[in-house]
Design a protein around this ligand. Structure first.
Ligand code: ZN
Ligand code: ZN
Length: 236
């Protein structure tokens, strides 16, 4: 996908002329990127050598990372793929988006996820992971929902919001076991979701333990979806 695909959709949005990360004045004609070229190059992207399940960068392990070897039985998904490693500038940018009201970043994140989608998951129905009610109240908007909407309108990605969140608690402060317990039973299928695809691609912001996407995958599979993948902005 060419970057200019997103241009008609950002015409009405005024981006600041200062870089989101370093604050320098910048000119990025033709891009939805809110970063100067130096800062964009510094974003820590996941390398080519990845775990075949969770997509973490591998150093010496053989195909599967140590974490996935221990937790394989709990993992309901085929594979996760992430754009960035959740550290440094990528972490800062995602924090600005989720917690500092830098809502305009959805355009850039949608662009990056769509590039990854077209290369690795073309044709799959994308399903955004639903936000908890508490986060919706605090943040005021569905941060993955609007990224998915943008991927659909500008990138022609098929998007279906099949899932909803019944739980009251966010996952942020919990460890793996806590996240599993907290998320269990809190994701449900929307009543109108009758035509489910054979393959689905979950969209989420950060893959930490995999408990959230794994629970979403379990719900989709119990309703008849055969294979579930996930595409996330970053992996912790
Ligand atoms: Zn910069
Ligand atoms: Zn792994």
């Amino acid at each position: 996908m060419e970057h200019k695909t997103f241009l008609p959709w950002i015409r009405g949005i005024v981006f600041p002329l200062v870089c989101r990360l370093c604050g320098c004045m910048m000119m990025r004609a033709g891009r939805a990127c809110p970063l100067c070229s130096d800062c964009e190059k510094e974003l820590p992207e996941v390398g080519d050598c990845r775990c075949r399940i969770c997509g973490r960068s591998l150093i010496s392990e053989d195909e599967t990372c140590m974490i996935c070897r221990k937790r394989a039985s709990l993992f309901n998904m085929e594979q996760n793929r992430s754009v960035f490693e959740y550290r440094d500038q990528a972490k800062e940018l995602i924090h600005q988006y989720k917690f500092s009201q830098a809502r305009g970043l959805y355009v850039y994140f949608a662009e990056r996820l769509t590039l990854e989608y077209n290369s690795f998951f073309p044709g799959l129905v994308a399903v955004p992971v639903p936000t908890s009610r508490k986060s919706l109240r605090t943040r005021g908007w569905d941060h993955m929902g609007i990224i998915a909407d943008m991927m659909h309108s500008a990138g022609k990605v098929p998007v279906e919001k099949f899932l909803e969140h019944h739980g009251r608690h966010a996952q942020k402060e919990l460890d793996y076991e806590g996240r599993l317990t907290n998320i269990k039973g809190s994701i449900g299928l929307k009543a109108a979701s009758c035509r489910l695809p054979e393959d689905a691609l979950l969209l989420d912001d950060v893959f930490t333990t995999g408990a959230t996407v794994s629970e979403c995958a379990a719900v989709l599979k119990s309703a008849g979806v055969k294979r579930v993948y996930s595409l996330t902005l970053a992996i912790d």
